[in-house]
Design a protein around this ligand. Structure first.
Ligand SMILES: C[S@@+](CC[C@H](N)C(=O)[O-])C[C@H]1O[C@@H](n2cnc3c(N)ncnc32)[C@H](O)[C@@H]1O
Length: 218
């Protein structure tokens, strides 16, 4: 009985600390914008994280298919990049872009592992979403998972995304309740529509959702 009480108290303490942490970090993020620190890259690219946001479900929601040319903005340590590369297949290409070299180093180290030697279609770019180092109308799909709200000037980033997308190209923005920058689905949808995109699909639930936008072909 005593052991059960200790277990229960520990569980409640962990729950309380987690809730407090979530409240505090969300308040801090309202005033202080900075990219997710590179040390969380290990958690972002962990099996625990993928259990909460399964890559096959997340990536399928983006409208991805074989042969696509994809830009992943804010790829971080590459928790989803490999799955994106496998989904587009050898005929497709993935440009994995992040503003933090320390995140890209983690992805490069992962790609150097023997398990991933069959992947040849990922190129890494150290750049900002504000100045994408690509020609106009280059990509079929721009993919962002738990990134978009981290970018302070989202209108500027969306203008760049629009520029590099082909007419009829897709933009998929995935958000996760666990992320301190999490916005409601309606907020994300409005931000994209205000930038001139059309909502193609809104998928998922409060825990994790994807809003898929289309660049209208003119
Ligand atoms: C929370 S992490 C998510 C990483 C990865 N998408 C994932 O889900 O595992 C957000 C990433 O976005 C990157 N980022 C933040 N602002 C950026 C910007 N302006 N341009 C490009 N990348 C940015 C950060 O460096 C970080 O790696």
């Amino acid at each position: 009985m005593r052991q059960f009480k200790i277990f229960l108290r520990t569980l409640l303490a962990i729950l309380g600390i987690s809730i407090l942490y979530q409240i505090l970090i969300r308040l801090v993020r309202k005033v202080w914008h900075f990219p997710a620190p590179a040390f969380i890259g290990h958690f972002l690219d962990s099996d625990l994280r993928r259990a909460m946001q399964p890559p096959d479900i997340m990536i399928a929601r983006s409208g991805i298919h074989a042969g696509m040319k994809v830009l992943e903005i804010g790829c971080g340590s590459g928790g989803y990049t490999i799955a994106v590369a496998r989904a587009v297949g050898p005929e497709g290409e993935v440009a994995a872009l992040d503003i933090q070299p320390a995140m890209l180093h983690q992805l490069a180290a992962k790609l150097a592992q023997p398990t991933y030697q069959d992947i040849h279609n990922i190129t890494l770019y150290e750049a900002s979403a504000y100045d994408l180092p690509f020609e106009d109308e280059t990509f079929d799909l721009v993919y962002m998972i738990t990134v978009f709200q981290e970018i302070p000037d989202r209108d500027r980033a969306l203008a760049e995304v629009k520029r590099v997308l082909k007419p009829g190209g897709l933009l998929a923005i995935t958000e996760w309740l666990f992320d301190p920058d999490y916005p409601l689905m309606s907020t994300t949808a409005k931000q994209g529509m205000d930038a001139g995109f059309v909502v193609d699909a809104a998928l998922g639930d409060l825990w994790t959702y994807t809003v898929r936008f289309k660049k209208i072909a003119i």
